[in-house]
Design a protein around this ligand. Structure first.
Ligand code: BG6
Length: 499
C-alpha cells in the first residue's frame, strides 16, 4: 500500500515570467523581470543597481532578455499540457502574469486577451483532469511601479495589487481551487530587487552604493541598514496585500484554498559551540517568521525585538494587526532545494550558490551550481512545520538544476535528477509516516525554463528538454528526458515505484 494519500497532488511547477514569452503580444505590458538581462551561464542577475536598469533601457535593442522569450508557453501551452498529462499530472503549478492582465498595473479593466489566455490554459488543464495551482504573484510587478513608487517599499502599490488579486478570485474561482499569494515571500529580504522591485542604490534618499559592492559580500553597516529597512517595509506591504486577498477569497470563494509560499531554508550548526547553535536558532526563527505572519496572523515577538535591535523602522499599515489576523492562509506551501551550515563567525561564511551564503557541508553532495543536496533536511523541516502550524503542507518547488545537452538519441539521460527526486520523494513519504499532512508535490521546472537567478536556459530542471539556448537560438521543440518516464511511473504507482 502506498504511503501517499489517494488524492495526493503529484505534478510540476513553473512561473509565467520563466515560461510564457509572448512578452509584448496582445497588449501585454512589461514587468520588472523583463529588464533583467543575461550576463553569463553562471552569473547571478538577481540584484539590480540603478546603472544596470539604466543600461537595460538604453540598450534594450541589443541586450539579451531571456524572460521576454521564456519557452514560448504562450503559443505552445496545448502541447506542453499534453506532455504533463502524459506523465499523469494531477496538479500543475503556474502563475498568472500581472502585466498580461493589467499591462501597466493601473488599468480600470483587464486586457480581454489576457483574461481569455488564462481561461484557455485552465480549460486545457481540466480537459486532462489536472488541477491548476496558481501563484498570483511570482515575483513580477509592472515596471512602472518600480519607476514611480520604488517597488514594494511604497504602500502605494497595495490598492492596485489588491484590485488585481481580487479580480483573479472573481474571474477564475470556478476553474482554480488552489491559490498561492506571493511566491517565496521571504526572497524580498534576501534579494530585494527580485522579490520587491527595489533598486537599492536609488539616489533619491542620498544613499550611495559602496564602491566594489558584490551581492552576498558582507555589507557595510549603512548599506545593511538601508537594505533591511527597505526589504522589511516591502515585505510588510506584501503581507498586507496577501492577507486582504485571503480574507476576500474566504468570503467570496469558499470552494478555494489559499496558501502562502516561502523558501524553506534548513540549517545546521558548524560546530557544537553554543554560539553556532544560537545562530541556527536565529536563522530558523527568521525563516519561520514569514509563515508565522501569514499562518498565525501576527508578527512574533522575536522579530519585533530584532527590528528594535537592528534599527529597523517599519511604517505600520493602518489597522495591520486586524488585517493579518483576518487573512490567515489555509495551508503552508514551500520551495525546498538545499540545506546549509551556519557559523557564528560572519567572516567565515562563503557563497556556495546563487541565492544562499553558507559553509560547505562535507557530508553532502552538491549540484552543478553548488546547491547542497539534502533530503533528510526536508523530512526534518516538514516535521517542524507540522509542529508549529498544524496545517496541511504543499511542496510546490524542489528539484535539480543541471547543465544538459540533447543527445543524438534525442533525449537526456538524467539519472542524477532521478536520484535527486527519488531521495526527496522518499523523505516526503517518511514525513507522511511521521504524521505530516502533505497535500502534494510539484517539482520545479517540470519543463525546462528560464532560470530565475541566472536568466539562462542552460540551467535546466525539466522532465522535458526544450531545444533553446541562452541566446534564444534553437527550435524550442520539446523532448522527453529519462526522468519523464520515471516520473510517470512514480505517479502511476502513487509514489510506490521509485526505481
Ligand atoms: C525559486 C523560484 O527560487 O527557485 C523559481 O521560485 C526559481 O522562480 C527556482 O526558478 C530555482 O532557481 P533558479 O535560479 O535555479 O532558477
Amino acid at each position: 500500500m502506498s504511503r501517499f494519500p489517494d488524492n495526493f497532488l503529484w505534478g510540476g511547477a513553473t512561473s509565467a515570467a520563466q515560461v510564457e514569452g509572448g512578452r509584448c503580444e496582445d497588449g501585454k505590458g512589461l514587468s520588472h523581470l523583463d529588464y533583467v538581462y543575461y550576463r553569463g551561464p553562471k552569473i547571478p542577475c538577481n540584484f539590480m543597481l540603478k546603472k544596470d536598469l539604466e543600461r537595460a533601457r538604453a540598450e534594450e535593442a541589443t541586450l539579451n532578455f531571456p524572460n521576454r522569450r521564456g519557452i514560448d508557453f504562450y503559443h505552445r501551452y496545448k502541447e506542453d499540457i499534453a506532455l504533463l498529462a502524459e506523465m499523469g499530472f494531477k496538479s500543475f503549478r503556474m502563475s498568472v502574469s500581472w502585466t498580461r492582465l493589467f499591462p501597466t498595473g493601473k488599468e480600470e479593466k483587464p486586457s480581454p486577451e489576457g483574461v481569455e489566455f488564462y481561461h484557455n490554459v485552465f480549460r486545457e488543464l481540466h480537459k486532462y483532469g489536472i488541477e491548476p495551482l496558481v501563484t498570483m504573484i511570482h515575483y513580477e510587478l509592472p515596471i512602472g511601479f518600480v519607476d514611480e513608487f520604488g517597488g514594494w517599499e511604497s504602500e502605494k502599490i497595495i490598492p492596485y495589487c489588491v484590485k488585481y488579486l481580487k479580480f483573479l478570485i472573481d474571474e477564475y474561482k470556478d476553474e482554480v481551487k488552489y491559490w498561492l499569494t506571493f511566491n517565496e515571500i521571504n526572497m524580498v529580504c534576501a534579494v530585494p530587487w527580485l522579490g520587491g522591485g527595489i533598486v537599492l542604490d536609488r539616489n533619491d534618499d542620498g544613499f550611495e552604493i559602496p564602491k566594489g559592492f558584490r551581492p552576498f559580500a558582507p555589507l557595510p553597516p549603512e548599506m545593511a541598514e538601508r537594505w533591511e529597512n527597505a526589504s522589511h517595509q516591502a515585505l510588510h506591504h506584501q503581507f498586507i496585500a496577501s492577507a486582504m486577498v485571503v480574507k476576500y477569497a474566504h468570503e467570496t470563494a469558499p470552494n478555494c484554498l489559499i496558501g502562502n509560499m516561502f523558501n524553506l531554508h534548513h540549517m545546521y550548526p558548524e560546530t557544537p559551540a553554543p554560539e553556532d547553535a544560537y545562530r541556527v536558532h536565529e536563522e530558523k526563527e527568521f525563516n519561520m517568521f514569514f509563515c508565522d505572519v501569514m499562518a498565525r496572523g501576527y508578527y512574533p515577538a522575536w522579530i519585533l525585538s530584532y527590528y528594535r535591535r537592528n534599527n529597523i523602522h517599519i511604517r505600520w499599515y493602518e489597522g495591520y494587526e486586524k488585517i493579518l489576523e483576518e487573512g490567515k492562509v489555509d495551508f503552508i506551501s514551500l520551495s525546498y532545494y538545499l540545506s546549509s551550515i551556519v557559523t557564528a563567525d560572519p567572516k567565515r561564511q562563503e557563497r556556495i550558490g546563487s541565492f544562499i551564503r553558507t559553509l560547505h557541508n562535507p557530508y553532502l553532495e552538491t549540484s552543478d551550481f553548488g546547491w547542497q543536496i539534502d533530503p533528510t533536511a526536508l523530512r526534518i523541516s516538514l516535521n517542524e512545520l507540522r509542529d508549529r502550524f498544524n496545517l496541511p503542507i504543499y511542496i510546490v518547488e524542489n528539484g535539480l538544476g543541471a547543465f544538459e545537452e540533447l543527445g543524438e538519441d534525442k533525449t537526456v539521460h538524467d539519472d542524477y535528477r532521478i536520484s535527486y527526486l527519488r531521495s526527496h520523494i522518499k523523505a516526503i513519504a517518511d514525513a507522511i509516516d511521521d504524521g505530516v499532512d502533505v497535500m502534494g508535490y510539484t517539482p520545479w521546472g517540470c519543463i525546462d525554463l528560464v532560470s530565475c537567478s541566472l536568466v539562462s536556459m542552460s540551467k535546466r530542471y525539466g522532465f522535458v528538454y526544450v531545444d533553446a539556448d541562452d541566446e534564444g537560438n534553437g527550435t524550442y521543440d520539446r523532448y522527453r528526458k529519462d526522468s519523464f518516464f520515471w516520473y510517470k511511473k512514480v505517479i502511476e504507482s502513487n509514489g510506490e515505484d521509485l526505481d
